[in-house]
Design a protein around this ligand. Sequence first.
Ligand SMILES: CC(C)(COP(=O)(O)OP(=O)(O)OC[C@H]1O[C@@H](n2cnc3c(N)ncnc32)[C@H](O)[C@@H]1OP(=O)(O)O)[C@@H](O)C(=O)NCCC(=O)NCCS
Length: 166
Amino acid sequence: MTTEKKSWRKSRAELQRIVLPADTNVLIDLYGGRLVEWIDNLAAIVAVKHANGRAVTGSIDSLFFLSPIRMGDVVRMEGRVTYVTRSTMEIEVNVFTDDPQTDETRFTTTAYLTYVAIDQNGKPREIPGLLLENDEDRQMFKEGEARSKLRKENLKRVREEHRNID
Ligand SMILES: CC(C)(COP(=O)(O)OP(=O)(O)OC[C@H]1O[C@@H](n2cnc3c(N)ncnc32)[C@H](O)[C@@H]1OP(=O)(O)O)[C@@H](O)C(=O)NCCC(=O)NCCS
């Protein structure tokens, strides 16, 4: 069991993809489901780095597609831990497109993913705390704490509505 706090800077990650025909929808924009797959993949990298091992996606929320991404665009995704509890990590992912011809960058998508670190039996396990190194880190953590409270209320409600999964 490790209790030493870790900075989000140790686990931050970036993923880049070029949008190919197989990634597009009928409008020849990037298919939303494909982008969610990439976002989840990036967040998984951040989570296993912070947790030093296995972690699973618990939830995805505040997922907003703000502007379309076109075939041929270069998509850049940045992920970082913003908040942690005993066994969970909130990971913020922001998505941009970079136009190689104009050097223009567009902010397209944002999401929060919660990962739960698990042991060999699939049970939640303790992870390192988050080292807060400056005011921005502390602010992010505070905001994460507020989102986590709402998320837990939602999880409780969903579990109560579907008791058969407990
Ligand atoms: C996530 C999972 C390991 C949690 O196991 P559990 O025994 O139900 O966990 P607990 O109820 O003891 O909760 C442990 C912590 O995780 C949080 N948590 C549990 N399920 C969660 C979920 N779905 N989303 C967000 N947070 C979750 C709890 O709030 C709790 O947080 P805390 O440490 O801050 O108090 C289990 O529900 C699971 O395996 N789910 C499927 C995950 C999966 O398959 N993901 C891939 C997506 S297809």
